[in-house]
Write a protein that binds this ligand. Sequence first.
Ligand code: HEC
Length: 269
Amino acid sequence: MKKISIACLFLIFSGGGILVGSYFIKTTQTYEKQGRTFAYRGGDKENGKRQAQLRGCSLGCHGKNSEGAPYDGFAAPNLTGLFKDYSAEAIESVLRQGIRADGTALYKMPSSTFQYITDQDLSDLIAYYRSIPRLKDAVTYRKISLTKMMQISIGDIQPVVVGATNQKRYNRPAYDEQGNMTGHYIAHSICAECHGQTLEDGFAPSLRIVTTYQLTDLTKLLTLGEAPEGRPTDLMKYMGAVHYPAFKQQEMTNLFEYLNMELFLETHE
Ligand code: HEC
């Protein structure tokens, strides 16, 4: 009996050791940056604030005022501090590529959509966060729950290293001549976070449904969070009512036209 319990203890400790070891190896593994070069050139704080609202930096995963918040077993850090502590290049790499300045990877940052944010919008975001007061950290930076540590160690949760950008999408204009975001830019750099890279392959339903919409239906969804025919909304209710009132009317029109006329004629790759 005693021998069995010693053997059990041995197995538990060695198993735990392997998990801790592989967690350590995985989280200290470093990656090469592959994105575009980025130089901060000063920015427009007002647009930065609007981008923070539209992209969910504020009022979302990082807490109401970007002070940081627990997020699915991870800690979404305090952006009112991080944007001041990190260099502009380090911010670019974390947001667009999911890699920290020391080369280690992030696990939850939605860099697959942030990879498309333009240099100017990114500069505006930096200008905004550097202009507002630093709030007290609401979470401990890099804190990860035990369950998530185990999932990382067995490869169940993968780093979000995005690598080179998809040039085809990036090369299309992000703003129209009147200074409004294009439908293409909004769809792929904002909505794609939940609706998927092709806008049909995310955890949220396919955006093909917008081909059954009138413009007023989309406007209602993006300002009140209400779907046509009384269909229930939950997360989309929050996005529509809290984040997307920051869209301009013309931007909703651009998005509507893109989702109706162009998107499903393109081949998605
Ligand atoms: C944070 C995740 C998230 C983001 C970002 C997001 N959505 Fe959604 N969306 C959802 C979810 C989840 C649903 C399914 C309904 C629900 O649970 O609220 C949904 C549903 C929808 C629907 C279907 C509503 C219906 O039943 O007719 C449309 C259209 C839509 N979203 C458009 C958009 C557009 C356009 C954007 C970008 C401006 C966007 N969504 C961004 C999560 C998201």
